[in-house]
Write a protein that binds this ligand. Structure first.
Ligand code: TRP
Ligand code: ZN
Length: 471
């Protein structure tokens, strides 16, 4: 329940518009109205309700406990944020779970829920530029969300625990936040589970203690992370720690059922990292690794930051793909979901280049095969252009992955190998730990070779409907 409000009692069932009117009346009494409510979504072209306006989160501090037998999560989320406008109210995204209490700064705040929007009305207006903390105490059985494409994300109960996967909208199932890739933040996650289980997340494990039958672990993610890349895997895992030749910590967590099948491929992480650094430039994060769950617990791999998630032992191509995402997607993050091909086109191209550099097919051969009979393997290959997916249900379809990689190969043909190899390193360096959209990328490419005309590539390969006339 919301705390009794000092001046205007507000029932949880009052529509948001009335609540906001109440906020205006309230602030009028204590110093004049100068703010407005933050927008209730960032109008992403594919997920318009995701994210919120009026503030920027800089840090998430999540303190969670999970009871796998009861399937119950309880949490306190403390977000540090900066107001980007004068605010009378702002929204967080949270789907499901029961909110018990919300505070902003030192004061209890009033709040209201409607769908995925948790509207928070602080006791005092927040001036533009003001750094503030909002704390949400919540609990319940977290939801599994079905994606527009039918896949499952959010909170996925497993045989022996649960795993949280967030692309594109799943993270609102387990913590309140500004759930849009354009707002990245650092994270601290403290999680308590029964002592027989492990809890693995992003970043580095900085502390762990066991007592009273429970283990509390603290994970710290210093580099900015988009919330869709946050993960939490709770269950029985074999933990293995090593370092790369450069001394980068490698932390792997493997479901014992997958241990034998994973051993060889995970032993390649240092080699894949070395090739990736050579190809994509300095690694943007302070540790690497992998989480391998039991086959059947989830349907897809995901490039969760620092340590990608795999549903069962991955093959080398998938490992290469998910580690390449650490540069393309995790460090340079798409500004909206329309820019998804910047993730998947590069990660797919990384697989092509890995093959080319390790005695397999050249990227040119992969491209030619796809051009001449790609629709045998990917029947939807020419259904829509990578730069403009036909809908939220199609963000993980082959025009985004394979045709996205084909766009990069066309750029390579025009730039030449040397300049293209430099692009693969410099683009993630330029936008390290930031966000970028498709236009940032096309103008970046044009600036690399001002005398070249890339227009036909953009028109036919990136934005053109149907199969381009020429390979
Ligand atoms: N990004 C993942 C990969 O290619 C795949 C994926 C998982 C995905 N969930 C998604 C793609 C939701 C689009 C939307 O490694
Ligand atoms: Zn991918």
């Amino acid at each position: 329940m919301s705390r009794p409000a000092p001046l205007i009692p507000v029932s949880l069932r009052v529509p948001a518009a009335l609540l906001l009117a109440g906020a205006l009346a309230l602030t009028a009494c204590d110093g004049g109205v100068h703010g407005t409510p933050g927008a209730r979504g960032l109008r992403d072209p594919y997920f318009p309700k995701m994210g919120n306006g009026g503030y920027d989160v800089t840090h998430y501090d999540l303190d969670l406990a999970y009871d796998p037998d009861a399937g119950k999560l309880s949490g306190t989320a403390t977000l540090t944020a900066r107001a980007t406008q004068d605010l009378t109210a702002f929204d967080l995204d949270l789907d499901g779970l029961d909110v018990e209490k919300v505070t902003v700064g030192a004061h209890p705040a009033r709040w209201n829920r409607a769908g995925q929007e948790l509207t928070v009305r602080p006791h005092d207006d927040l001036d533009e530029g003001r750094v503030f903390r909002v704390t949400v105490v919540y609990s319940g059985t977290p939801k599994t969300i079905t994606d527009p494409d039918g896949s499952q994300e959010g909170w996925l109960p497993t045989e022996d625990g649960a795993v949280a996967l967030g692309e594109p909208t799943g993270s609102m199932a387990w913590f309140p936040g500004n759930h849009h890739p354009s707002d990245k933040a650092s994270y601290d996650l403290t999680v308590t589970v029964p002592e027989s289980l492990q809890a693995v997340s992003n970043g580095e494990l900085t502390a762990s203690r066991t007592g009273g039958g429970r283990t509390t672990s603290h994970w710290h993610t210093a580099e900015p992370m988009a919330s869709y890349l946050a993960t939490l895997a709770i269950g029985h895992y074999d933990i293995h720690r090593t370092t790369t030749a450069d001394g980068l910590p490698v932390y792997t967590a493997v479901d014992p059922a997958e241990a034998d099948a994973s051993r060889k491929v995970l032993a390649r992480i240092p080699a894949v990292m070395a090739w990736s650094e050579d190809t994509f430039g300095p690694y943007p994060f302070s540790s690497t690794g992998a989480i391998v769950d039991r086959e059947g617990d989830a349907e897809y791999a995901l490039e969760t930051q620092n340590r990608p998630f795999f549903p069962g032992a991955p093959d080398t191509e998938t490992l290469v793909h998910e580690l390449a995402h650490q540069w393309y997607g995790d460090s340079v993050t798409p500004r909206t979901w329309r820019d998804m091909w910047l993730n998947e086109g590069f990660a797919t191209y990384a697989e092509w280049l890995w093959a080319e550099d390790h005695g397999g097919d050249s990227a040119q051969k992969t491209f030619d095969d796809l051009y001449s009979h790609g629709e045998d393997d990917y029947e939807d290959l020419w259904d829509f252009p990578p730069g403009k997916p036909s809908g939220a249900a199609h963000l993980s379809d082959s025009p985004v992955y394979q045709r996205g990689a084909m766009v990069l190969h066309k750029i390579r043909q025009q730039l030449g190998d040397t300049a293209f190899r430099a692009l693969l390193r410099d683009w993630p360096t330029t936008h390290r730990h930031g966000t970028a959209d498709t236009e940032d990328f096309t103008s970046y490419v044009e600036d690399l070779a001002p005398d070249e005309d890339f227009g036909p590539i953009w028109e036919e390969w990136l934005y053109g409907e149907g199969k381009p006339d020429q390979p």
